[in-house]
Design a protein around this ligand. Sequence first.
Ligand SMILES: Cc1ncc(COP(=O)(O)O)c(C=O)c1O
Length: 323
Amino acid sequence: MIYKNVLTAIGNTPIVELTLDSKARVCAKLEYLNPGGSVKDRSAVFMIEEAERKGLLKPGGTIIDASSGNQGIAVAMIGAAKGYKVIITVTEKISKEKLTTIQAYGATVVLCPPAAMDDPRNYHNVAVQIQKQTPNSFMPNQYFNLSNRLAHQTLLGPEIWNQTEGKITHFFAAAGTSGTVSGAGRFLKSQNPDIKVIAIDAKNSWRSTKGNPKPYAVEGIGIDFNTPITDYSIIDEFLEVTDEESLGMLQPLAKQHGLLVGLSSGAVAAGVMQYLPKLKQGDIAVMIFGDSGRAYLSKGFYGRVEDTVPYHVALKQPEVMQL
Ligand SMILES: Cc1ncc(COP(=O)(O)O)c(C=O)c1O
């Protein structure tokens, strides 16, 4: 099949089974195989095409959004493919790879200091201000736009249901905006109310700490304010994970399973490991691996340039190299 353009190639990512010490089948949906490299491609294209249909975004327009990285990458890719200007506000927590990927698609990146939601320098507030100042502009506003959640209810949920032939019993996803877990979870529960929907949150987030958040390193996850996207009626359980637990999963996933995944996937895998004793024979658990480890290589979690082996140490007989 030939796709009409890169945006129609979003979705239909594979689900693969992991070999784990469990009676249940534990699987990962490899959302990092989306064209923009993350689960955010789905919700971004859904929100932007809805804005086009509603006349909120017109040719020659500008798309502005606040992002921890992947939403920005998705919006920048979509803007490039559709011919819109794109401005993305980010915080200093973003990896270099994600920041320069947004730029690679031709978007402008605005760097904001870490600041609370009530601070005008907060990256979300800066994006809102830029949008007010920019004529013919649209802000997908993923933390407040309910279409973010609807995108996953419409696209991701049915895909998982069909790929598991309706046999999924547990659904695990990281909660950032919570669009993925709430939206796909809602669809899955509409098909079978017994499916358990489990959200993975950062242990230091606003929700986990009951309003006293502390810094944490994992990008893309953590419920840090009261967003209307979180559907508490759909989520059966929250699992809270630390940075250490999340980062600790990255090397085993890459080196023992061949899955080079990003930090939020490490967090989801850490949550699944906590939950593993509760899974039974016949259960099918699906977790979302939201992006790839390639977006974080410079952070040194997977391997370091310093650990390479010089050629003369690797060669048992260096003399064969003489020219
Ligand atoms: C890699 C990755 N995983 C998970 C999430 C969380 O998804 P959601 O915002 O739908 O909760 C994000 C959000 O940015 C992300 O970038």
